[in-house]
Write a protein that binds this ligand. Structure first.
Ligand code: ADP
Length: 500
Protein backbone atom coordinates (compact mmCIF):
# COMPACT_ATOMS: atom_id res chain seq x y z
CA UNK A 1 0.00 0.00 0.00
CA UNK A 2 2.88 2.35 0.64
CA UNK A 3 3.47 3.67 -2.88
CA UNK A 4 6.84 5.37 -2.55
CA UNK A 5 7.78 5.44 1.08
CA UNK A 6 10.84 3.18 1.04
CA UNK A 7 12.36 5.31 -1.72
CA UNK A 8 11.53 8.50 0.09
CA UNK A 9 12.90 7.18 3.32
CA UNK A 10 16.20 6.22 1.73
CA UNK A 11 16.56 8.84 -0.98
CA UNK A 12 18.27 11.62 0.91
CA UNK A 13 22.01 11.99 0.56
CA UNK A 14 22.60 12.23 4.29
CA UNK A 15 21.09 8.78 4.79
CA UNK A 16 23.99 7.03 3.07
CA UNK A 17 21.58 4.86 1.07
CA UNK A 18 20.30 3.03 4.13
CA UNK A 19 16.68 2.71 5.08
CA UNK A 20 15.88 4.81 8.08
CA UNK A 21 13.71 3.21 10.67
CA UNK A 22 10.41 4.90 11.32
CA UNK A 23 9.48 5.23 14.98
CA UNK A 24 5.86 6.20 15.50
CA UNK A 25 4.75 7.40 18.91
CA UNK A 26 1.07 7.82 19.67
CA UNK A 27 -1.02 7.73 22.80
CA UNK A 28 -2.49 4.33 21.92
CA UNK A 29 -0.83 1.64 19.85
CA UNK A 30 -3.36 -0.02 17.55
CA UNK A 31 -1.29 -2.99 16.43
CA UNK A 32 -2.58 -6.17 14.81
CA UNK A 33 -6.32 -6.75 14.83
CA UNK A 34 -7.04 -3.38 16.43
CA UNK A 35 -5.38 -1.66 13.47
CA UNK A 36 -8.21 -2.64 11.16
CA UNK A 37 -10.45 0.05 12.61
CA UNK A 38 -9.82 3.78 12.31
CA UNK A 39 -8.09 5.53 9.43
CA UNK A 40 -5.08 6.73 11.36
CA UNK A 41 -4.40 3.33 12.93
CA UNK A 42 -4.51 1.69 9.50
CA UNK A 43 -2.25 4.38 8.00
CA UNK A 44 0.39 4.09 10.70
CA UNK A 45 0.23 0.33 10.70
CA UNK A 46 0.86 0.28 6.93
CA UNK A 47 3.74 2.72 7.18
CA UNK A 48 5.39 0.55 9.79
CA UNK A 49 4.73 -2.65 7.88
CA UNK A 50 6.70 -1.16 4.97
CA UNK A 51 9.58 0.33 6.90
CA UNK A 52 9.86 -2.34 9.58
CA UNK A 53 9.83 0.21 12.35
CA UNK A 54 8.70 0.64 15.88
CA UNK A 55 5.33 1.78 17.24
CA UNK A 56 5.46 2.99 20.80
CA UNK A 57 2.74 4.15 23.17
CA UNK A 58 0.29 3.32 25.91
CA UNK A 59 -1.10 -0.24 25.98
CA UNK A 60 -4.56 0.93 27.05
CA UNK A 61 -4.05 -0.91 30.37
CA UNK A 62 -3.90 0.66 33.81
CA UNK A 63 -1.74 -1.04 36.43
CA UNK A 64 -0.50 -0.08 39.89
CA UNK A 65 3.00 -1.46 39.37
CA UNK A 66 3.65 -0.13 35.85
CA UNK A 67 6.69 1.91 36.92
CA UNK A 68 8.69 -1.22 37.66
CA UNK A 69 7.49 -3.10 34.59
CA UNK A 70 9.47 -3.12 31.32
CA UNK A 71 7.64 -2.33 28.07
CA UNK A 72 5.77 -5.14 26.43
CA UNK A 73 7.18 -5.94 22.98
CA UNK A 74 5.31 -7.70 20.21
CA UNK A 75 6.24 -8.39 16.58
CA UNK A 76 3.30 -7.52 14.31
CA UNK A 77 3.35 -7.54 10.48
CA UNK A 78 7.08 -6.93 10.35
CA UNK A 79 7.21 -4.09 12.85
CA UNK A 80 7.61 -3.94 16.59
CA UNK A 81 4.73 -2.76 18.75
CA UNK A 82 6.03 -1.63 22.13
CA UNK A 83 3.59 -0.62 24.81
CA UNK A 84 3.64 0.50 28.41
CA UNK A 85 0.88 0.65 31.01
CA UNK A 86 -0.18 3.76 32.91
CA UNK A 87 -0.75 3.96 36.64
CA UNK A 88 -4.25 4.98 37.84
CA UNK A 89 -2.93 8.44 38.76
CA UNK A 90 -1.24 8.87 35.38
CA UNK A 91 -4.37 7.77 33.56
CA UNK A 92 -6.41 10.28 35.51
CA UNK A 93 -3.99 13.22 35.23
CA UNK A 94 -2.42 12.70 31.80
CA UNK A 95 -5.19 11.03 29.79
CA UNK A 96 -8.63 11.77 31.22
CA UNK A 97 -7.63 15.01 32.90
CA UNK A 98 -5.20 17.22 31.05
CA UNK A 99 -5.48 15.63 27.58
CA UNK A 100 -9.23 15.18 27.44
CA UNK A 101 -10.68 17.70 29.87
CA UNK A 102 -8.31 20.55 29.09
CA UNK A 103 -6.51 20.19 25.74
CA UNK A 104 -9.32 18.54 23.75
CA UNK A 105 -11.95 21.23 24.51
CA UNK A 106 -9.34 24.02 24.31
CA UNK A 107 -8.13 22.97 20.87
CA UNK A 108 -11.75 22.56 19.73
CA UNK A 109 -12.52 26.18 20.70
CA UNK A 110 -14.65 25.10 23.70
CA UNK A 111 -13.36 27.29 26.50
CA UNK A 112 -16.64 26.71 28.35
CA UNK A 113 -15.64 23.05 28.85
CA UNK A 114 -11.96 23.52 29.71
CA UNK A 115 -10.90 22.22 33.12
CA UNK A 116 -7.46 23.66 33.69
CA UNK A 117 -5.86 21.88 36.63
CA UNK A 118 -2.16 22.56 37.21
CA UNK A 119 -1.63 19.25 38.99
CA UNK A 120 -3.02 17.37 36.00
CA UNK A 121 -0.82 19.42 33.69
CA UNK A 122 2.18 18.46 35.82
CA UNK A 123 1.26 14.79 35.51
CA UNK A 124 0.84 15.23 31.73
CA UNK A 125 4.42 16.50 31.46
CA UNK A 126 5.73 13.78 33.80
CA UNK A 127 4.05 11.01 31.77
CA UNK A 128 5.55 12.41 28.56
CA UNK A 129 8.95 12.43 30.30
CA UNK A 130 8.54 8.84 31.52
CA UNK A 131 7.41 7.59 28.10
CA UNK A 132 10.35 9.35 26.43
CA UNK A 133 12.81 7.80 28.90
CA UNK A 134 11.37 4.36 28.20
CA UNK A 135 11.70 4.84 24.45
CA UNK A 136 15.28 6.18 24.45
CA UNK A 137 17.09 2.82 25.02
CA UNK A 138 15.24 1.41 21.99
CA UNK A 139 16.25 4.23 19.64
CA UNK A 140 18.94 4.13 16.95
CA UNK A 141 20.95 7.09 15.74
CA UNK A 142 19.25 7.44 12.32
CA UNK A 143 15.67 6.83 13.41
CA UNK A 144 12.94 9.07 12.07
CA UNK A 145 10.70 9.78 15.02
CA UNK A 146 7.09 10.82 14.43
CA UNK A 147 4.96 11.78 17.45
CA UNK A 148 1.22 12.12 17.08
CA UNK A 149 -1.44 14.32 18.57
CA UNK A 150 -2.27 16.40 21.59
CA UNK A 151 -1.39 13.82 24.22
CA UNK A 152 2.27 14.05 23.21
CA UNK A 153 2.96 17.74 22.61
CA UNK A 154 6.00 17.75 24.97
CA UNK A 155 7.33 14.37 23.84
CA UNK A 156 9.95 15.77 21.42
CA UNK A 157 11.33 18.16 24.03
CA UNK A 158 11.55 15.23 26.49
CA UNK A 159 13.58 13.27 23.93
CA UNK A 160 15.87 16.24 23.35
CA UNK A 161 16.53 16.38 27.08
CA UNK A 162 17.59 12.74 26.79
CA UNK A 163 20.09 13.85 24.14
CA UNK A 164 18.25 12.38 21.17
CA UNK A 165 19.65 13.94 17.98
CA UNK A 166 17.43 12.26 15.39
CA UNK A 167 14.84 14.06 13.30
CA UNK A 168 11.67 14.33 15.34
CA UNK A 169 8.35 15.37 13.85
CA UNK A 170 4.95 16.05 15.38
CA UNK A 171 1.53 15.93 13.77
CA UNK A 172 -1.53 17.48 15.41
CA UNK A 173 -4.65 15.60 14.34
CA UNK A 174 -7.05 18.11 15.87
CA UNK A 175 -7.43 21.86 15.28
CA UNK A 176 -5.05 24.53 16.54
CA UNK A 177 -7.22 27.47 17.65
CA UNK A 178 -6.52 31.21 17.38
CA UNK A 179 -3.93 32.48 19.90
CA UNK A 180 -6.56 34.18 22.06
CA UNK A 181 -8.03 30.76 22.79
CA UNK A 182 -4.79 28.82 23.17
CA UNK A 183 -3.52 31.44 25.62
CA UNK A 184 -6.42 30.65 27.97
CA UNK A 185 -4.68 27.59 29.37
CA UNK A 186 -2.39 28.33 32.32
CA UNK A 187 1.27 27.89 31.41
CA UNK A 188 0.46 27.80 27.71
CA UNK A 189 3.99 29.05 26.95
CA UNK A 190 5.48 25.94 28.51
CA UNK A 191 3.26 23.77 26.34
CA UNK A 192 3.88 25.72 23.14
CA UNK A 193 7.62 26.02 23.77
CA UNK A 194 7.94 22.27 23.84
CA UNK A 195 6.69 22.19 20.24
CA UNK A 196 9.76 24.17 19.17
CA UNK A 197 11.96 21.15 19.94
CA UNK A 198 10.54 19.33 16.89
CA UNK A 199 12.04 19.59 13.42
CA UNK A 200 8.61 19.63 11.80
CA UNK A 201 5.24 20.51 13.27
CA UNK A 202 2.40 19.38 11.01
CA UNK A 203 -1.22 20.55 11.07
CA UNK A 204 -4.35 19.40 9.29
CA UNK A 205 -5.12 22.67 7.50
CA UNK A 206 -3.49 25.97 6.53
CA UNK A 207 -5.86 27.65 9.01
CA UNK A 208 -4.40 25.65 11.93
CA UNK A 209 -0.89 26.47 10.72
CA UNK A 210 -1.72 30.16 10.53
CA UNK A 211 -3.17 30.13 14.04
CA UNK A 212 0.00 28.51 15.39
CA UNK A 213 2.23 31.00 13.56
CA UNK A 214 0.18 33.90 14.93
CA UNK A 215 0.53 32.44 18.42
CA UNK A 216 4.30 31.98 18.06
CA UNK A 217 4.67 35.54 16.77
CA UNK A 218 2.62 37.08 19.54
CA UNK A 219 4.03 35.11 22.46
CA UNK A 220 7.57 34.22 21.34
CA UNK A 221 8.38 36.98 18.84
CA UNK A 222 8.81 34.26 16.21
CA UNK A 223 9.77 35.18 12.66
CA UNK A 224 8.81 33.42 9.46
CA UNK A 225 11.56 32.49 7.00
CA UNK A 226 11.16 32.74 3.24
CA UNK A 227 10.50 28.99 3.14
CA UNK A 228 7.68 29.29 5.66
CA UNK A 229 9.61 27.90 8.64
CA UNK A 230 9.50 29.55 12.07
CA UNK A 231 12.58 31.06 13.61
CA UNK A 232 11.75 30.84 17.25
CA UNK A 233 13.46 30.32 20.58
CA UNK A 234 16.83 29.78 18.98
CA UNK A 235 15.71 27.20 16.43
CA UNK A 236 14.17 27.04 13.00
CA UNK A 237 11.11 24.82 12.99
CA UNK A 238 9.33 23.76 9.85
CA UNK A 239 5.54 24.20 10.08
CA UNK A 240 3.17 23.01 7.41
CA UNK A 241 -0.30 21.64 6.69
CA UNK A 242 -0.76 17.97 5.74
CA UNK A 243 -4.48 17.12 5.47
CA UNK A 244 -4.88 13.48 6.41
CA UNK A 245 -6.66 11.19 3.94
CA UNK A 246 -8.10 7.70 3.83
CA UNK A 247 -7.29 4.50 2.00
CA UNK A 248 -9.75 5.19 -0.83
CA UNK A 249 -9.21 1.98 -2.80
CA UNK A 250 -9.69 -0.22 0.23
CA UNK A 251 -12.76 1.64 1.54
CA UNK A 252 -14.45 1.89 -1.88
CA UNK A 253 -13.89 -1.84 -2.37
CA UNK A 254 -15.45 -2.65 1.00
CA UNK A 255 -18.41 -0.43 0.11
CA UNK A 256 -18.99 -2.20 -3.22
CA UNK A 257 -18.64 -5.66 -1.70
CA UNK A 258 -20.87 -5.01 1.31
CA UNK A 259 -23.68 -2.75 0.16
CA UNK A 260 -25.99 -5.77 -0.17
CA UNK A 261 -24.76 -7.49 2.97
CA UNK A 262 -27.62 -9.39 4.69
CA UNK A 263 -26.88 -7.55 7.95
CA UNK A 264 -27.90 -4.31 6.23
CA UNK A 265 -31.31 -5.60 5.16
CA UNK A 266 -34.06 -3.12 5.98
CA UNK A 267 -36.90 -1.21 4.36
CA UNK A 268 -36.66 -1.11 0.59
CA UNK A 269 -35.07 2.12 -0.55
CA UNK A 270 -36.98 2.53 -3.83
CA UNK A 271 -39.23 5.21 -2.34
CA UNK A 272 -37.32 5.83 0.82
CA UNK A 273 -34.20 7.94 1.35
CA UNK A 274 -31.68 7.67 4.12
CA UNK A 275 -29.60 10.45 5.60
CA UNK A 276 -26.66 9.20 7.65
CA UNK A 277 -24.34 10.59 10.32
CA UNK A 278 -21.41 8.59 11.76
CA UNK A 279 -19.50 10.04 14.68
CA UNK A 280 -17.80 9.35 17.95
CA UNK A 281 -20.20 10.50 20.64
CA UNK A 282 -18.37 13.76 21.23
CA UNK A 283 -19.60 17.30 21.90
CA UNK A 284 -17.40 18.57 19.06
CA UNK A 285 -19.51 16.70 16.50
CA UNK A 286 -22.56 18.99 16.70
CA UNK A 287 -25.04 16.16 17.28
CA UNK A 288 -27.81 18.06 19.12
CA UNK A 289 -27.56 20.89 16.57
CA UNK A 290 -27.88 18.32 13.76
CA UNK A 291 -30.93 16.72 15.33
CA UNK A 292 -32.50 20.16 15.67
CA UNK A 293 -32.02 20.64 11.91
CA UNK A 294 -33.69 17.27 11.32
CA UNK A 295 -36.56 18.34 13.57
CA UNK A 296 -36.90 21.60 11.63
CA UNK A 297 -36.94 19.65 8.37
CA UNK A 298 -39.92 17.54 9.50
CA UNK A 299 -41.65 20.63 10.88
CA UNK A 300 -41.34 22.53 7.63
CA UNK A 301 -41.59 19.67 5.11
CA UNK A 302 -44.33 17.26 6.24
CA UNK A 303 -44.15 15.54 2.83
CA UNK A 304 -41.01 13.77 4.09
CA UNK A 305 -43.02 11.84 6.67
CA UNK A 306 -42.40 8.10 6.06
CA UNK A 307 -40.28 9.01 3.01
CA UNK A 308 -36.94 9.64 4.68
CA UNK A 309 -35.08 8.60 7.79
CA UNK A 310 -32.04 10.02 9.57
CA UNK A 311 -29.70 7.28 10.78
CA UNK A 312 -27.27 8.27 13.53
CA UNK A 313 -24.41 5.89 14.26
CA UNK A 314 -22.45 7.03 17.29
CA UNK A 315 -19.71 5.26 19.21
CA UNK A 316 -19.56 6.05 22.93
CA UNK A 317 -16.14 7.39 23.84
CA UNK A 318 -14.24 8.68 26.90
CA UNK A 319 -16.94 7.38 29.21
CA UNK A 320 -16.60 8.65 32.76
CA UNK A 321 -15.81 12.23 31.69
CA UNK A 322 -18.80 14.37 32.64
CA UNK A 323 -19.01 16.34 29.36
CA UNK A 324 -19.31 13.02 27.49
CA UNK A 325 -22.00 11.71 29.81
CA UNK A 326 -23.87 14.98 29.23
CA UNK A 327 -23.75 14.77 25.42
CA UNK A 328 -24.83 11.12 25.56
CA UNK A 329 -27.89 12.02 27.67
CA UNK A 330 -28.67 15.06 25.52
CA UNK A 331 -28.63 13.01 22.34
CA UNK A 332 -30.92 10.35 23.85
CA UNK A 333 -33.31 13.12 24.86
CA UNK A 334 -33.46 14.94 21.56
CA UNK A 335 -33.77 11.76 19.48
CA UNK A 336 -36.66 10.71 21.72
CA UNK A 337 -38.21 14.13 21.25
CA UNK A 338 -38.04 14.04 17.42
CA UNK A 339 -39.31 10.45 17.23
CA UNK A 340 -42.09 11.20 19.70
CA UNK A 341 -43.19 14.25 17.72
CA UNK A 342 -43.08 12.90 14.19
CA UNK A 343 -43.00 9.08 14.42
CA UNK A 344 -45.92 7.01 13.11
CA UNK A 345 -46.89 3.37 13.36
CA UNK A 346 -44.09 1.47 11.61
CA UNK A 347 -41.81 4.48 10.96
CA UNK A 348 -39.40 6.55 13.05
CA UNK A 349 -37.85 9.69 11.64
CA UNK A 350 -34.58 8.92 13.45
CA UNK A 351 -32.86 5.55 13.82
CA UNK A 352 -30.05 5.42 16.38
CA UNK A 353 -27.25 2.85 16.65
CA UNK A 354 -25.09 3.59 19.67
CA UNK A 355 -22.15 1.28 19.12
CA UNK A 356 -19.20 0.62 16.84
CA UNK A 357 -19.93 -1.03 13.50
CA UNK A 358 -17.57 -3.40 11.68
CA UNK A 359 -15.72 -1.34 9.09
CA UNK A 360 -16.87 -3.40 6.09
CA UNK A 361 -20.53 -2.98 7.07
CA UNK A 362 -20.06 0.72 7.67
CA UNK A 363 -18.63 1.10 4.16
CA UNK A 364 -21.56 -0.82 2.63
CA UNK A 365 -24.05 1.20 4.63
CA UNK A 366 -22.56 4.55 3.59
CA UNK A 367 -22.94 3.52 -0.06
CA UNK A 368 -26.66 2.97 0.46
CA UNK A 369 -27.35 6.32 2.09
CA UNK A 370 -28.58 9.18 -0.09
CA UNK A 371 -27.16 11.95 2.07
CA UNK A 372 -24.08 12.03 4.30
CA UNK A 373 -24.62 14.65 6.99
CA UNK A 374 -21.32 15.63 8.62
CA UNK A 375 -21.81 18.75 10.71
CA UNK A 376 -19.23 19.06 13.50
CA UNK A 377 -18.98 22.32 15.41
CA UNK A 378 -15.23 21.93 15.06
CA UNK A 379 -13.14 19.06 13.66
CA UNK A 380 -9.47 18.70 12.78
CA UNK A 381 -10.32 16.91 9.52
CA UNK A 382 -13.24 14.43 9.70
CA UNK A 383 -12.47 11.19 7.95
CA UNK A 384 -16.12 10.11 7.76
CA UNK A 385 -16.69 12.85 5.14
CA UNK A 386 -13.99 11.30 2.96
CA UNK A 387 -15.24 7.77 3.62
CA UNK A 388 -18.74 8.80 2.53
CA UNK A 389 -17.38 10.13 -0.78
CA UNK A 390 -15.23 7.02 -1.36
CA UNK A 391 -18.15 4.68 -0.64
CA UNK A 392 -20.54 6.13 -3.24
CA UNK A 393 -21.51 4.60 -6.57
CA UNK A 394 -20.18 7.20 -9.04
CA UNK A 395 -23.12 6.53 -11.37
CA UNK A 396 -25.71 7.27 -8.72
CA UNK A 397 -23.93 8.96 -5.83
CA UNK A 398 -25.32 10.42 -2.64
CA UNK A 399 -24.78 14.03 -1.57
CA UNK A 400 -22.29 15.11 1.08
CA UNK A 401 -23.34 17.90 3.45
CA UNK A 402 -20.33 19.20 5.35
CA UNK A 403 -19.80 21.70 8.13
CA UNK A 404 -17.71 24.73 7.30
CA UNK A 405 -15.91 24.04 10.60
CA UNK A 406 -14.53 20.62 9.62
CA UNK A 407 -10.95 20.67 8.33
CA UNK A 408 -12.21 18.57 5.39
CA UNK A 409 -14.26 21.56 4.17
CA UNK A 410 -11.02 23.27 3.09
CA UNK A 411 -10.56 20.45 0.54
CA UNK A 412 -14.11 19.23 -0.19
CA UNK A 413 -15.58 22.44 -1.53
CA UNK A 414 -18.06 20.66 -3.84
CA UNK A 415 -20.00 19.36 -0.84
CA UNK A 416 -23.01 21.37 0.34
CA UNK A 417 -21.22 23.44 2.97
CA UNK A 418 -23.29 24.39 6.03
CA UNK A 419 -22.96 26.34 9.25
CA UNK A 420 -24.02 23.82 11.92
CA UNK A 421 -25.23 26.62 14.21
CA UNK A 422 -27.72 27.67 11.52
CA UNK A 423 -30.61 25.23 12.04
CA UNK A 424 -32.77 26.52 9.16
CA UNK A 425 -29.78 26.68 6.82
CA UNK A 426 -28.81 23.08 7.59
CA UNK A 427 -32.41 21.90 7.16
CA UNK A 428 -32.48 23.72 3.80
CA UNK A 429 -29.27 21.98 2.70
CA UNK A 430 -30.76 18.58 3.59
CA UNK A 431 -33.83 19.41 1.50
CA UNK A 432 -31.61 20.48 -1.39
CA UNK A 433 -29.55 17.28 -1.12
CA UNK A 434 -32.67 15.09 -1.10
CA UNK A 435 -34.01 16.81 -4.22
CA UNK A 436 -30.73 17.23 -6.13
CA UNK A 437 -30.89 16.04 -9.77
CA UNK A 438 -28.70 13.08 -10.63
CA UNK A 439 -26.53 15.01 -13.06
CA UNK A 440 -25.57 17.53 -10.35
CA UNK A 441 -24.94 14.72 -7.85
CA UNK A 442 -22.63 13.01 -10.34
CA UNK A 443 -20.74 16.21 -11.14
CA UNK A 444 -20.20 17.13 -7.50
CA UNK A 445 -19.23 13.59 -6.55
CA UNK A 446 -16.71 13.27 -9.40
CA UNK A 447 -14.87 16.37 -8.20
CA UNK A 448 -14.99 15.27 -4.57
CA UNK A 449 -13.73 11.79 -5.41
CA UNK A 450 -10.83 13.21 -7.43
CA UNK A 451 -9.77 15.22 -4.40
CA UNK A 452 -10.18 12.36 -1.93
CA UNK A 453 -8.22 10.04 -4.25
CA UNK A 454 -5.42 12.49 -4.97
CA UNK A 455 -4.87 13.35 -1.32
CA UNK A 456 -5.29 9.92 0.20
CA UNK A 457 -3.58 8.43 3.23
CA UNK A 458 -0.45 7.41 1.31
CA UNK A 459 -0.12 10.94 -0.03
CA UNK A 460 -0.45 12.34 3.49
CA UNK A 461 2.18 10.04 4.96
CA UNK A 462 4.50 10.59 2.03
CA UNK A 463 4.20 14.37 2.16
CA UNK A 464 4.87 14.41 5.86
CA UNK A 465 7.87 12.06 5.82
CA UNK A 466 9.39 13.83 2.82
CA UNK A 467 9.13 17.12 4.69
CA UNK A 468 10.61 15.57 7.82
CA UNK A 469 13.49 13.95 5.96
CA UNK A 470 14.14 16.99 3.76
CA UNK A 471 16.77 19.54 4.57
CA UNK A 472 15.63 21.33 7.65
CA UNK A 473 17.11 24.66 8.52
CA UNK A 474 16.36 23.68 12.13
CA UNK A 475 19.74 22.02 12.33
CA UNK A 476 21.47 25.38 12.35
CA UNK A 477 20.96 27.36 15.51
CA UNK A 478 21.09 30.96 14.39
CA UNK A 479 19.56 32.93 17.24
CA UNK A 480 20.02 32.89 20.95
CA UNK A 481 17.02 31.56 22.84
CA UNK A 482 14.67 34.46 23.20
CA UNK A 483 11.13 35.11 24.15
CA UNK A 484 8.58 37.88 24.09
CA UNK A 485 7.86 37.57 27.79
CA UNK A 486 10.08 36.87 30.75
CA UNK A 487 8.31 33.58 31.46
CA UNK A 488 9.13 32.05 28.10
CA UNK A 489 12.60 30.62 28.58
CA UNK A 490 13.87 27.24 27.39
CA UNK A 491 13.54 24.31 29.72
CA UNK A 492 17.04 23.31 30.78
CA UNK A 493 18.86 21.39 28.07
CA UNK A 494 15.94 21.27 25.65
CA UNK A 495 18.19 21.83 22.65
CA UNK A 496 20.98 19.53 23.76
CA UNK A 497 22.14 17.35 20.96
CA UNK A 498 20.78 19.41 18.11
CA UNK A 499 24.17 19.98 16.59
CA UNK A 500 25.81 17.07 14.87
P1 ADP B 1 -12.52 11.43 15.13
O1 ADP B 1 -11.08 11.19 14.79
O2 ADP B 1 -12.79 12.70 15.87
O3 ADP B 1 -13.20 10.27 15.78
P2 ADP B 1 -12.99 11.12 12.25
O4 ADP B 1 -14.25 11.28 11.47
O5 ADP B 1 -11.81 11.82 11.67
O6 ADP B 1 -13.30 11.62 13.72
O7 ADP B 1 -12.61 9.58 12.37
C1 ADP B 1 -13.48 8.64 12.93
C2 ADP B 1 -13.15 7.26 12.40
O8 ADP B 1 -13.85 6.30 13.21
C3 ADP B 1 -13.63 7.05 10.97
O9 ADP B 1 -12.72 6.20 10.30
C4 ADP B 1 -15.00 6.38 11.15
O10 ADP B 1 -15.38 5.52 10.10
C5 ADP B 1 -14.78 5.58 12.43
N1 ADP B 1 -16.04 5.47 13.18
C6 ADP B 1 -16.70 6.45 13.83
N2 ADP B 1 -17.82 5.97 14.40
C7 ADP B 1 -17.90 4.66 14.08
C8 ADP B 1 -18.82 3.60 14.36
N3 ADP B 1 -19.92 3.78 15.10
N4 ADP B 1 -18.55 2.38 13.87
C9 ADP B 1 -17.44 2.17 13.13
N5 ADP B 1 -16.53 3.12 12.84
C10 ADP B 1 -16.75 4.34 13.30
Amino acid sequence: MLKQSPAAITAQGDLRGRTRRLVVVSNRVAAGAAATSGGLAVALSEALTMSGGLWFGWSGNISEDCHGTPPSIERVNGYTATTVDLSPGEHEGYYSGFSNECLWPLLHYRLDLVKADRQQMEIYFLVNERLAKMLVPMLRKDDLIWAHDYHLIPFGACLRRQNVRSKIGFFLHIPFPPPEIFAAVPDHEKLARSLFAYDLVGFQTPRDRENFIRYAREHFAARLTGEGALKVAGRTVKVDAFPIGIDVVQFAGEARRNCDHPDLAGPTEANFKRIVGVDRLDYSKGLPERLMAIETLFETSPEYSKAIQYLQIATPTREGISAYEAIDAELDRIIGQVNGRFGTFGWSPVAYIKRRMPRNLLAGLLRRCHVGLISPLRDGMNLVAKEYVAAQDPLDPGVLILSQFAGAAEQLKEALIVNPYDTEGTAGAIRRALEMPKVERQARHAMLLDKVRAEDVDWWRQQYLDALIGELPGEVIEDQPRAASGTAAWPAGIDQGLRA
